[in-house]
Ligand binder design. Structure first.
Ligand code: ZN
Length: 101
């Protein structure tokens, strides 16, 4: 794991822990982030979405694909990853895809 990935992972886990009381994540660490999509009650959509984003980023770190834009495959850019460690798209694609941000 690169230093960037280690830092991002640390940051993401801390953020996720701060959200955990509101979300009541499954105890099983292997639970996939997609499972949370099925929640119908409880935490707000915003919190659930953020946890899902964080878990997806942690998954990408585990798979070694972290840091690449999911749309164009290009590098996310160090500054963007530091600002938004759970971000999925590079600056160019985030404006074009899904209306992120
Ligand atoms: Zn891109």
């Amino acid at each position: 794991m690169s230093q960037l990935e280690a830092q991002a992972r640390d940051q993401l886990l801390r953020r996720r822990n701060s959200l955990r009381p509101a979300v009541e994540l499954p105890a099983d660490p292997a639970a996939r982030w997609l499972d949370y999509e099925g929640f119908s009650a409880g935490p707000s959509d915003r919190v659930r979405r953020e946890v899902a984003e964080i878990d997806a980023a942690l998954q990408r770190i585990a798979e070694g694909s972290y840091g690449s834009c999911l749309a164009c495959g290009g590098p996310m850019g160090l500054q963007r990853l530091r600002a938004i460690p759970e971000g999925r798209y590079c600056l160019g694609c985030s404006g074009a895809a899904l209306g992120d941000d």
